[in-house]
Design a protein around this ligand. Structure first.
Ligand SMILES: COc1ccc(OC)c(-c2cc(C(C)=O)n3cccnc23)c1
Length: 121
């Protein structure tokens, strides 16, 4: 068998990994941990054209698909806005996504990112 060469992780990958861990902690019910399926959310795939969730974001980090922090933040916001589009305002999912978006934006604000950016040599 061909041993998969263990890819060296770039500083950006290590930084995004840290950020993802912080964001996932803001979703204790794990509503955003995995892709939303049509079985648990009727008609989801016809309403949400660009689904996103934390597991997909993690895979994209592993596959080095983020070229910068802005692309990562874009997927995080997409994940949250999808939930606000599909779910009505009074649902637990809408409320959880709004809370997650605020908490995540605060974590990723440039001024607060000093410590994370220091990880990049
Ligand atoms: C009730 O337990 C779970 C477990 C996993 C979920 O999504 C991965 C969800 C879930 C997550 C969502 C979202 C994020 O819109 N959702 C919408 C409607 C119905 N269920 C969900 C709920």
């Amino acid at each position: 068998c061909v041993l998969r060469q263990r890819q060296e992780r770039t500083p950006l990958q290590r930084m995004l990994d840290q950020l993802l861990g912080l964001l996932e902690k803001k979703d204790p019910q794990q509503f955003f941990a995995w892709p939303v399926t049509d079985n648990i959310a009727p008609g989801y795939s016809s309403i949400i054209t660009q689904p996103m969730d934390f597991s997909t974001m993690r895979q994209k980090i592993e596959d080095n698909q983020y070229d910068n922090l802005q692309e990562f933040i874009g997927d995080f916001k997409l994940m949250c806005t999808n939930a606000m589009k599909y779910n009505h305002a009074e649902t637990i999912y809408y409320k959880a996504s709004k809370k997650l978006l605020h908490a995540g934006t605060k974590i990723m604000q440039a001024d607060k990112l000093g410590w994370v950016l220091n990880l990049i040599p």
